[in-house]
Design a protein. Structure first.
Length: 178
């Protein structure tokens, strides 16, 4: 009896498998839509808090009667919270696919309303108001860390740590020990 010639050989099977694998990659790549940009809504509240904290600390630093160490610590806090606002605004712009300059995101927060008439300016806030605001900012940032990932989680954790250090070390009762 003559031997039958195999219809399928190893090379044919391997070539067919490779072709199917390539086809699978191409089909799956064509089926995907462009990735949706991550939402930035959760960063808007920390951005506004950072701007408020910066303005509050600046106003408290200008208060007459604060010891020089406290005024210096408040100035540092204002600068740090301003940096937090810039970092958050940059991340929001990046996620939205926009480029912003350093001046565009801080211009709205640095403008102070001009006093009208002869009303005296409001009194500067006490240091305790700055501490309370920093505590709230740290708590809110800590809460958000659990709901985000990657760079945003690191950014928010860093902000929470900075705020906590500011109100527990730099602005502790009795003033900072410089």
């Amino acid at each position: 009896m003559p031997r039958a010639v195999p219809v399928v050989n190893r090379r044919g099977v391997l070539a067919g498998g490779a072709a199917l694998a390539a086809l699978g990659v191409v089909v799956s790549a064509c089926g995907e839509s462009t990735p949706k940009p991550p939402a930035v809504d959760e960063l808007l509240a920390p951005l506004e808090q950072a701007r408020r904290d910066s303005a509050l600390a600046s106003a408290a630093a200008a208060a007459i009667g604060n010891p020089p160490q406290v005024a210096a610590a408040l100035t540092v806090v204002a600068s740090q919270r301003g940096a937090h606002a810039r970092a958050l605004a940059t991340e929001i712009a990046r996620a939205a696919g926009k480029l912003v300059s350093a001046t565009s995101e801080t211009s709205s927060s640095s403008a102070s309303p001009s006093p009208t008439g002869t009303e005296p300016p409001p009194p500067p806030p006490p240091v305790s108001d700055v501490v309370d605001s920093l505590r709230k900012s740290a708590e809110d940032a800590n809460r958000l860390v659990a709901s985000v990932s990657g760079y945003r989680a690191g950014l928010l954790a860093s902000i929470a740590a900075s705020c906590t250090a500011s109100y527990t070390v730099a602005l502790m009762p009795g003033g900072p020990s410089i």
